[in-house]
Design a protein. Structure first.
Lengths: 202, 64
């Protein structure tokens, strides 16, 4: 398992493939971690703290993995595709235990990406901005402490806002990607929409 | 209050604040066009988000 993870990390670090394929490779790594290792919620605050520290660090130091949004989107990608996998799969059951964890980390890691493009480069990407604004309430309500305070039916309804966020994210990605990247993201979107519809209406 | 009403109220608050701040700062020539949208967007997002969270977390008399 460790060897596989190192090999996949090598593909990303050595920049062997285009950014959109890096997303898939990193998503695969996260998926393998979720499948292999049982989640221990005891360390969640520590991990969130570390992630926030890394995010702050990324503002001052050029950490490509975070600044490009690669790490954040890969985590959100796992959260997204967990929803389309068949419920009876062992993999889905294991991924569901990681879902809120990855979604919180994904948003933490994607914020510096938004910060740099909006404030430093002063690029206005409407779909990206809209996705980040809409993901904020979902992010806050992903914390167990806040979720417990809410009514369950309202929490479920609010989380359905994530479909709008996913759509906005993909439109943003397809519009900013170059070359084959557009095709990769378009295929991912098609697979997501297709499998989600099949799952919901079967 | 129904969930959709809470969502709509916070969205309307977002739009009103965003418009007032961005248009106001331009009319008074306080900022550039880019910064007027930036300030409007950030303030409107924070206020509407806090409002939405307040409405979602507030326990109504019915719940008690």
């Amino acid at each position: 398992m460790i060897t596989t993870l190192l090999l996949l990390a090598g593909i990303i670090v050595l920049d062997l493939v285009i950014l959109s394929v890096d997303v898939l490779v990193l998503s695969l790594m996260l998926l393998l971690i979720a499948y292999r290792y049982k989640r221990n919620t005891k360390f969640d605050p520590l991990v969130y703290g570390l992630a926030t520290s890394m995010t702050v660090l990324a503002i001052f130091v050029d950490v490509g993995l975070i600044r490009s949004g690669l790490l954040g989107f890969s985590m959100l990608n796992i959260v997204m595709f967990t929803g389309v996998l068949p419920d009876h799969w062992d993999l889905t059951k294991k991924l569901k235990t990681y879902r809120s964890f990855y979604s919180i980390l994904g948003v933490i890691f994607i914020l510096p990406h938004g910060y740099f493009h909006l404030f430093v480069d002063q690029e206005i990407r409407l779909f990206g901005i809209a996705a980040i604004v809409l993901i904020l309430p979902l992010f806050l309500t992903s914390f167990q402490r806040i979720k417990k305070e809410m009514q369950l039916n309202e929490w479920v309804k609010l989380q359905k806002l994530s479909y709008v966020v996913y759509l906005l994210l993909f439109i943003h990605l397809i519009s900013v990607a170059q070359g084959y990247g557009k095709i990769v993201y378009a295929v991912m979107l098609t697979l997501y929409v297709n499998n989600k519809l099949v799952k919901e209406f079967r | 209050m129904k969930f959709l009403e809470k969502l709509m109220i916070s969205f309307v608050v977002f739009l009103i604040l965003y418009t007032f701040i961005s248009v106001g700062s331009r009319m008074l020539e306080l900022t550039t066009i880019y910064l007027s949208h930036m300030y409007g967007g950030i303030i409107a997002t924070i206020v509407s988000l806090v409002l939405l969270m307040y409405m979602l977390l507030k326990k109504s008399n019915y719940d008690r």
